[in-house]
Ligand binder design. Structure first.
Ligand SMILES: Cc1cc2nc3c(=O)[nH]c(=O)nc-3n(C[C@H](O)[C@H](O)[C@H](O)COP(=O)(O)O)c2cc1C
Ligand code: SF4
Length: 544
């Protein structure tokens, strides 16, 4: 966008009009010095011009920087929204995709302002599906500073001490340079990890100085040859960077499993091309499947290579569960090769993305709870759960969301959109248009400037720290010392007006080794029998 055209963009038109009227009335007063109309016009236009210029240059509100003067209307509407909604519109807990209440608590925790609520819950606690945490009669005093876990199995030389709450994968390309910089700087301030997403380890990650989980997807961005195949040399070079604490292979993400991705040529800036190792002026394509391996056994060998090439850092993979036998085939491959990932990140189909086809977003992939409990159970069922850590993502933004995931088997949680809210995202859902109003998900430089890195980095760290503080209060109320003490019996769900079940009843656990000794229940054994370490296809389908 040419700088000369900026004043004529709709979002700057109020400021342009105010300035024009101010200058026009000044010129008019030169000819008609005592004209009262011109004098009033000068005062009003001068006031609006000063307000607009202040909005444009202030560093606290992204939306004001991008919509000087006009954004005040939004704040005014925000102010009267509760009253309007109370009479006419949706309720606070309406969750599409994130409820207003959930977003408000993120904003409050990110800004470090009061995050309490008055009067009582707005939820109908007798509605089917309502969930709660069972508290203890003997609360403890859990400390958020201790909420770390060690990731790295016996084959890992450099285990990583991770926070239980980290920034989920979002690429440089999907997010703006300022967004990446603010997220990573916030991670450095709050001492937690930031997943790069498949778009590579960019200069903006490096500028932040925070701990990195470096993700590679099927495009192998930052670790590829010119023809798009995996380059061990390029991978080893980047993985050696001390900021990189873990390396992650992306198989799929919940919002679009089984679908690749395209960053259109228009968005492939010189920096993105450099970071990803792709040419400028061409669409940047992530294929829907990997070229570096084609069977579960080959995939395990590839994970082993990633760990070796990174000098022994924790290596793992991320996926959204689809066919059960495919994940079980990977488990069989672990047993056959004796190569185990250090971690697995389970993403739910409720997860987010920069852009995906509607059908993929709405109807493909297993939701987090079912995926997470299945992965946990399967690893228990083959007796390797103690050497592999599980991360979870999928609409996790509050401390209760974390407890719920940990109760189902997660060792740590990641949030993507929660941290987007922390840096100013207002859920306008126009990420795919390159016209993000807050500078979070855009490559348009005139919009990116709305996001001021130091201010938003502090909010990222605050959101993390205040969420862990809330988590420590929940942990203590449940009578536990650490969030990893949460188990399935700690969470209850209303099934009907007269029936309540705990997660222990709803998501029964397998006994250790049950898949190996044949004592697992039928649903697991049927899928287990279909799994083949040498093929992602079902063994029965292959035989037919
Ligand atoms: C803008 C955006 C970009 C994303 N890019 C990636 C990516 O590059 N790699 C990946 O594994 N997941 C990606 N994701 C998925 C998230 O990492 C996460 O798994 C998912 O959004 C669920 O977390 P949430 O519900 O907290 O957003 C992206 C999500 C968003 C919103
Ligand atoms: S403000 Fe809107 S366009 Fe920007 S990141 Fe948030 S949802 Fe996407």
């Amino acid at each position: 966008m040419s700088v000369l055209m900026m004043p004529f963009q709709p979002r700057f038109i109020c400021l342009t009009l105010a300035l024009s009227l101010f200058v026009g009335s000044l010129i008019g007063l030169n000819y008609l010095p005592a004209d009262p109309v011109l004098l009033v016009l000068l005062i009003i236009a001068g006031g609006f011009s000063a307000l607009g210029l202040h909005d444009y240059f202030q560093t606290h509100h992204a939306i004001l920087r991008n919509y000087p003067i006009a954004a005040h209307i939004r704040f005014l509407l925000e102010e009267i929204r509760p009253e309007m909604r109370q009479y006419f519109f949706e309720d606070e807990k309406h969750s599409l995709p994130f409820s207003r209440d959930k977003r408000a608590v993120v904003y409050q925790r990110a800004k470090g302002v009061l995050d309490k609520r008055p009067f009582g819950t707005n939820y109908d606690v007798y509605a089917d599906g309502f969930e709660w945490l069972n508290h203890s009669m003997k609360p403890t005093s859990a400390k958020p500073d201790d909420f770390r876990i060690t990731i790295g199995g016996p084959d890992c030389e450099h285990p990583y001490s991770a926070s239980v709450f980290n920034i989920s994968a979002m690429s440089f390309g999907a997010l703006s340079p300022n967004a990446i910089h603010a997220l990573n700087k916030g991670a450095a301030l709050g001492k937690f990890a930031h997943d790069t997403g498949e778009g590579g380890f960019s200069p903006y990650h490096k500028a932040g100085g925070g701990d990195i989980i470096w993700e590679i997807g099927s495009g192998y961005f930052g670790a590829r040859n010119l023809d798009g195949t995996f380059s061990p040399e390029a991978f080893a070079k980047t993985a050696a960077n001390p900021q990189v604490k873990m390396v992650e292979l992306k198989l799929s993400q919940g919002a679009k499993p089984g679908h690749g991705g395209v960053l259109p040529a228009s968005k492939v800036s010189a920096e993105i091309a450099e970071t990803r190792g792709v040419p400028m002026g061409q669409d940047c394509v992530s294929p829907s499947s990997h070229s570096a391996f084609s069977t579960p056994v080959e995939m395990m060998k590839f994970i082993g290579e990633m760990r070796r090439l990174s000098g022994g850092k924790p290596a793992g993979f991320k996926l959204c569960i689809g066919h059960e036998w495919e994940f079980m085939a990977i488990c069989k491959a672990m047993l056959e090769t004796n190569i185990y990932p250090d971690f697995i990140v389970v993403d739910g189909s409720e997860g987010g993305t920069g852009a995906a086809p509607m059908e993929f977003m709405d109807h493909i992939g297993r939701p987090l709870r079912e995926g997470l409990s299945f992965v946990h159970n399967t690893l228990v069922g083959i007796g390797v759960r103690d050497r592999i850590k599980i991360g979870a993502s999928g609409k996790i933004a509050s401390a209760f969301d974390i407890t719920r995931a940990m109760a189902l088997g997660a060792d740590w949680c990641n949030a993507a959109r929660g941290f987007m809210f922390a840096i100013g995202c207002i859920q306008s859902q126009s990420c795919h248009t390159d016209r993000c109003p807050t500078g979070v998900a855009t490559q348009d430089k005139s919009r990116q400037r709305a996001l001021v890195v130091p201010d938003k980095a502090n909010r990222v760290a605050n959101f993390h720290n205040n969420t862990l503080h809330a988590l420590s209060e929940l942990t203590a109320a449940a009578g536990l010392e650490h969030p990893s003490d949460f188990h399935r019996e700690h969470i209850s769900r209303r099934i009907s007006q007269s029936e309540v079940k705990t997660f222990a009843d709803l998501y029964p656990e397998l006994q250790s080794g049950a898949l190996l000794n044949g004592t697992a229940d039928a649903r697991y054994t049927t899928a287990w029998n279909r799994a083949d370490a040498h093929s992602f296809r079902s063994a029965t389908a292959a035989a037919a």
